[in-house]
Ligand binder design. Structure first.
Ligand SMILES: [Zn+2]
Ligand SMILES: [Zn+2]
Length: 361
């Protein structure tokens, strides 16, 4: 009997979980309870994803450190999942020494194997804030529809994806000053070079593990449209230091380290984490994610692991839920649409009633 290793997508620390997030966690929880009852050796891990621009910027605005911000939100998440009776074996977080060590180790192996490329790019820099601006922290006039206040990654009015350098009259979202273009070096993971390994793995993994239909389709579409190399570093302070000469002032881009959180959170639970994560002969990995997270779990994270050339436990079964709608709109905390974990708790209606309602969706 193979051991069952179960994960649900790591919630971003700044967002209060809503019923759409809870449904993934609940599905994983029900499966974990079943596995334990059926006598399988089971481990269910999850935790908050804490690094990145959004946390650093928010902390700056609130006048506290990113660590303090994460501590505050991690406690809020912990309360909600406890109230919801989720039977995690380990509920952790990504801002730990174990996470730094394992992420840096995976990076070094990828670099040694020749799958890391260096590139010099131009990025917008705010001289008044003394920092490079992440795409979504630049605002300006949309080149497509003329909307004034479009974000550098996407125009909220016409929905088109943007590059911040396309914006007319760009402004720093924090101070309002005009940013300048500056050269900066970044590291990229060479996904096209890893693709043959990924393809050899993917076809048998999807069949043996019975991936959800939407996961198979979305993954095929991603590969058909062509993989490109992907930046894995950022000019930020709140993140994992990049262990490479010339990159001392940079950190890993949060998408690269976040899925490694499943592994590092296990390492904070048991010193024998390798019996789970480096043991494909004896362990089956079940991952529960929302639809928008599928390619990260079927393409990008497996590529990071396969590219190391080492033995890892990789995705067996993918359970990917469709979006949970709230009265015909998508959940959005910023738009005030949806039911959030804290709202559900404050109704006084017991968690089991919400669990049942959520499961029926
Ligand atoms: Zn627009
Ligand atoms: Zn600024």
């Amino acid at each position: 009997m193979k051991k069952k290793l179960i994960t649900s997508a790591l919630p971003y620390v700044n967002n209060i979980p809503h019923l759409g997030n809870l449904i993934q966690v609940l599905s994983a929880d029900v499966f974990a309870r079943y596995c334990r009852l059926a006598g399988y050796e089971t481990l269910y891990v999850c935790g908050t994803d804490e690094y990145g621009t959004a946390t650093e910027t928010r902390a700056l605005e609130e006048g506290i450190t990113p660590k303090e911000l994460c501590d505050r939100y991690h406690a809020i998440h912990t309360d909600i999942y406890e109230w919801f009776n989720i039977s995690f074996d380990k509920w952790g977080r990504t801002s730990t020494p174990e996470h730094t060590q394992i992420t840096q180790g995976i990076f070094k192996k990828l670099d040694e194997a020749g799958y890391i490329n260096e590139r010099t790019i131009e990025q917008l820099y705010c001289e008044s804030c003394s920092r490079f601006l992440a795409d979504r922290y630049v605002r300006g006039i949309c080149p497509h529809c003329g909307y004034d206040g479009a974000r550098g990654d996407q125009c909220e009015d016409c929905g088109k994806l943007l590059d911040p350098t396309e914006l007319k009259e760009p402004k720093c979202d924090t101070c309002g000053k005009k940013p300048v273009a500056r050269k900066t070096d970044h590291l990229y993971i060479d996904l096209p070079a890893i693709l043959p390994k990924l393809e050899a793995w993917r076809k048998s993994a999807a069949e043996e593990g019975h991936w959800a239909n939407n996961a198979v389709k979305m993954t095929e579409a991603w590969i058909r449209d062509g993989l490109r190399e992907r930046g894995i570093t950022r000019d930020l302070k709140w993140g994992i230091p990049v262990p490479k000469e010339g990159y001392e002032n940079k950190v890993f881009y949060v998408w690269f380290d976040a899925p490694i959180g499943y592994i590092s959170i296990t390492a904070t639970h048991t010193s024998e984490w390798e019996k789970w994560w480096r043991n494909p002969e004896e362990v089956e990995l079940f991952q529960f994610v929302g639809k928008d997270n599928i390619p990260f779990h079927t393409v990008i994270f497996p590529s990071s692991l396969l590219g190391t050339g080492e033995k890892w436990t990789t995705l067996h079964n993918m359970s990917s839920t469709e979006y949970l709608n709230y009265e015909s709109g998508k959940f959005s905390k910023s738009m005030g649409v949806g039911v959030f974990g804290s709202d559900a708790r404050d109704t006084g209606i017991p968690a089991d009633v919400w669990r049942k309602l959520d499961a029926r969706e």
